[in-house]
Design a protein around this ligand. Sequence first.
Ligand code: SAM
Length: 287
Amino acid sequence: MEKCKCYKNENKKDGLCQKYKSKIDGLSVHCSGFWTEDKIRHFKHYAEMFSTGMKNKWQGRLYYIDLFAGPGKCIIRENQKEIDGTCLEVASLKDKFKKYFFVDKNITCIEDLKKRLEKHNNIEYYNDDCNIAIKKIVEEIPDNSLSLAIVDPDSLQFHFNSYKELAKRKIDLIVNYPICPVGRAFSSVLSKKSNSVILDKFHPGWRDVVDVNKKSWRMAMGDLIKDYINKIERLGYYSNSVKAPFKNDKNATMYYLLMFSKDKRGIEFWDKIINSFKKKKSLQPMF
Ligand SMILES: C[S@@+](CC[C@H](N)C(=O)[O-])C[C@H]1O[C@@H](n2cnc3c(N)ncnc32)[C@H](O)[C@@H]1O
């Protein structure tokens, strides 16, 4: 099978592979790097701990939100391995959530996700920008409930104001902080190739951290992430202490998974997951 060139963006459209369809069901697949498999395992593990660990205390009041749902399956471009996406993994967990909210602005993703999950009920689909859909979802979630939201964008599509919407309820958050796209956006703004509208929505107040005259964002990356985390904490969250960097084959960090919870136990669960993955990794190299 020929290696897919999606990484060069030749065959990729809104993240969907334009070269391959699923061999299993003929539907669309999200084109992903090999590190994606581990990322989905992290999401699944936490969702499993959450739905099983909280089912007694929060009986019938657990909700799951995926704001960047994807089509339900991914193809790993390095070896064409087909894997289930986070929505399929979480929907098939033994202990069910009361309701699932799946959002994707790409209509093909939503249509294919619906087909793949047609046997499941209690799923509400939104074919919309998640920054818009989020208001309706938060209104639908009762006050006295506990939820888990996954924020897994390709780039800087998640607006900071959307955290303020999520903070209106008790919702644990696992967030993909996309290092490479953030770096590219800063380079482009600092070299005046583009305006700062996208960055301003992603991280309001970034100018307090990055010296725009230095024309380099690299030195400021650590401070930027810290500031981003602090701003979310100020909305009433604790955040994870153990770092979860996801690296490519050149050892460059592609993204960090950040975790936020209004309860310290959420953070303890997440740190355990990160540490157990770290231990396994040192025993089993990726390739
Ligand atoms: C990295 S993929 C998600 C993969 C998914 N989490 C999984 O496990 O398979 C990102 C998805 O976000 C969607 N997307 C991009 N911008 C969006 C936005 N503003 N609102 C909602 N979905 C968006 C894309 O269509 C794409 O399917």
